[in-house]
Design a protein around this ligand. Structure first.
Ligand SMILES: Nc1ncnc2c1ncn2[C@@H]1O[C@H](COP(=O)(O)OP(=O)(O)OP(=O)(O)O)[C@@H](O)[C@H]1O
Length: 641
């Protein structure tokens, strides 16, 4: 059997060398007169497949013309599933992926065809590698592209390895009570967590668990103290090493995007500054890291390669790896991260599980959490999970918590009555308003025009984060693309001496940019935001944040990786960022991407003021939908069915 060059890693979109010809051979089912059109043909006709998905099915058929139509369709759908955020495709619920009227095979017939196919591997056990010559894997009810099945398997194995190991520093992970601290740390613990003495304080529970366990999950909404807790936990680990006469722990702080890494480092610095007031010695505080890095930088990108310098055979040189915004990490990246964590090191994942899962194959954090919930710490998946619920960042200006809770729970009645009631400070509902660019033109335009007047690029980037339009969709009248085009026209009209003609020039002084692909060469990553401004010599450059926030890095606009404008951006792209004032603009009609996670993620990006523009019907439909993803991770971790 020939091995197919399917889906070069990280370049799924480029692999579509074959354009769909729309002429699918007559499927065996049709030859027997049972259906008029093959499932694959129906999918193509419905416009459900991407070129790449169809090309995969076509290559299988070229290699073996007898491949049943249902297997070809399953291959195309497994490919489409990854692009829709799933790890694999469930043939028992195809309408969850494609909601066109398709004459689907019965789950039984589909399963039988998959089981009999030469293209489909059926590994004997969840942790066994699947045969390299079969491009698909059918396992535990899901059809996977082999590569993604392998990522899932490697991730599960890696998590188990980390969780079972005895941490380098600290007490062994055993079944003793987490709250039982090493006696010599008790005084410091009491200083760090004064509330633990009088109440059941989940922050202190998380820190105590971290002393005993190598794999810790700390979750909670914005401002619930995840970073503060972890900073205090790191103090405990540093103190423990000091007492034992060991070297200080080597600690890495990382996040999936540069922006999130920066925010995390800033929160850690703030938390460290508060430590002396709690009586912590400055010498201990000095051992904590003050900078964060992206996961890509941590793992060491190799130019033009999806592989990293650090992996199982060249692990990261750290004893503790703390990763923020873990809900944004997709399956391939999480698998690579986990494999690069050395034996005996700790991995701490922080995140908000109610946010949107990663756009790419994911729901990884949710899968890990489900497994951690379902198991005792000594079982097959020894992870500790602490969920923080009390919000500490109560801004007097913005009373978001009640609305965020209603949205998170899908409680449409409460969410709408809170929005309409107008009593939450800082929250403004523009019911039925489909065009805030028109209704609030002056206010919005004044903000964008001010970017071009900043004294330097660093100041312009700070100003840029003061206001952002967030959209659910990219296309359509309420989509980021159309709004950006209109905003650019509006700005062109305001520029002195500039007629509309200058709107045609793509790059202009004050244009906000959003990078839409990872470029390891530029060290620019999907979601990074920059601004076009003229430098001292009058040359227009694109400025992006660097390691030092005071010194953004200039790039020639023509040399940038793929990018869009960023005056308006999708909620997906805004994950990990916060803005003083958020305008969440919802589409006029229901769209598949709407879900309660999307609305939750969108509204929780606001720091001081939130505007929601949309209809009651669309909000209601969004809150009814839960962005559940197909994943075998929970099952693979040995606990879920
Ligand atoms: N136990 C506590 N007592 C008082 N203030 C606290 C406590 N824990 C956290 N805070 C404060 O709450 C704010 C938010 O904390 P922190 O940044 O740790 O939250 P977070 O969950 O990491 O937030 P985000 O999700 O935005 O990253 C900070 O100002 C912090 O000082």
């Amino acid at each position: 059997m020939s091995t197919l060059p399917l889906f070069p890693e990280g370049q799924a979109g480029d692999a579509a060398a074959t354009a769909p010809d729309g002429r699918d051979a007559m499927p065996p089912e049709q030859a027997h007169g049972t259906r008029r059109m093959s499932v694959l043909q129906e999918l193509v006709k419905a416009g459900a497949l991407r070129t790449l998905d169809h090309a995969l099915a076509q290559s299988l058929r070229r290699l073996d013309p007898d491949t049943p139509d249902s297997v070809l369709a399953a291959a195309a759908l497994a490919s489409l599933a990854v692009a829709s955020g799933h790890a694999g495709f469930d043939p028992a619920e195809p309408q969850r992926l494609v909601d066109a009227a398709i004459d689907w095979p019965t789950p039984e017939a589909w399963a039988a065809a998959l089981e009999a196919s030469r293209w489909v591997a059926r590994p004997g056990a969840g942790d066994a590698e699947s045969a390299a010559d079969a491009p698909l894997v059918y396992e535990h009810g899901l059809v996977y592209l082999r590569r993604y099945r392998e990522y899932e398997r490697r991730l599960a194995n890696g998590l188990r390895r980390i969780g079972r190991a005895v941490p380098h520093t600290g007490a062994a992970a055993d079944d003793a009570d987490d709250a039982q601290l090493p006696a010599n740390l008790a005084p410091l613990f009491a200083q760090l967590f004064p509330e633990a003495a009088t109440s059941d304080d989940p922050q202190s529970r998380a820190a105590a668990a971290a002393l005993r366990h190598s794999l810790l999950l700390v979750t909670g909404g914005p401002g619930t103290g995840k970073t503060t807790t972890i900073t205090r936990m790191l103090v405990l680990l540093a103190a423990q090493a000091l007492e034992a006469g060991a070297a200080p722990p080597r600690i890495a702080l990382a996040a999936p995007t540069g922006r999130a890494a920066e925010r995390m480092a800033e929160s850690v610095r703030n938390a460290v500054q508060a430590l002396p007031a709690l009586g912590v010695q400055p010498a201990l505080c000095a051992q904590l890291p003050t900078t964060g890095t992206t996961l890509h930088r941590l793992l060491g990108t190799i130019p033009d390669s999806p592989r990293f310098r650090h992996h199982a055979d060249n692990p990261l040189p750290f004893d503790v790896v703390v990763v923020d915004e873990a809900s944004m990490i997709d399956l391939p990246l999480m698998a690579k991260l986990v494999e690069a964590v050395p034996d005996g090191a700790r991995l701490v994942l922080l995140g908000d599980p109610d946010q949107l899962p990663s756009v790419e194959a994911g729901d990884v954090l949710a899968g890990i959490l489900r497994a951690a919930e379902a198991t005792a710490p000594t079982a097959t998946f020894p992870a500790r999970h602490v969920h923080l619920t009390r919000g500490y960042r109560q801004s007097a200006a913005l009373d978001l918590a009640p609305l965020a809770a209603a949205v998170r729970e899908g409680d449409t009645t409460s969410a709408l009555s809170l929005l309409r009631g107008g009593e939450l400070s800082g929250v403004h509902f523009h019911e039925g308003n489909a065009d805030p660019l028109r209704s609030h033109r002056e206010h919005l335009l004044a903000h964008w025009a001010s970017l071009a007047e900043a004294s330097d690029p660093a100041e312009a980037l700070v100003r840029a984060s003061r206001l952002r339009i967030l959209t659910a969709v990219r296309e359509g009248p309420q989509g980021a693309r159309g709004l950006n085009a209109r905003i650019e026209d509006m700005l062109a009209g305001t520029r002195r001496g500039a007629g509309l003609a200058s709107a045609a020039s793509r790059y202009f002084h004050g244009r906000l940019l959003l990078v839409t692909e990872n470029s390891y060469r530029h060290r620019l990553f999907n979601g990074d935001i920059g601004i076009c401004l003229r430098d001292d010599s009058g040359t227009l450059m694109a400025w992006f944040p660097g390691d030092d926030p005071r010194n953004p890095r200039p790039f020639h606009p023509a040399a940038l990786p793929a990018h869009d404008s960023a005056f308006a951006m999708t909620v997906h792209k805004a994950q990990g960022s916060e803005f003083d004032e958020v305008w969440l603009v919802l589409p006029e009609r229901y769209n598949r991407v709407l879900s309660r996670e999307l609305v939750y993620t969108g509204i929780t990006r606001a720091r001081r003021m939130l505007h929601v523009a949309g209809s009651v019907d669309v909000i209601g439909m969004a809150l009814e939908r839960y962005a559940r993803r197909w994943s075998g991770l929970g099952w693979r971790l040995g606990t879920c069915t």
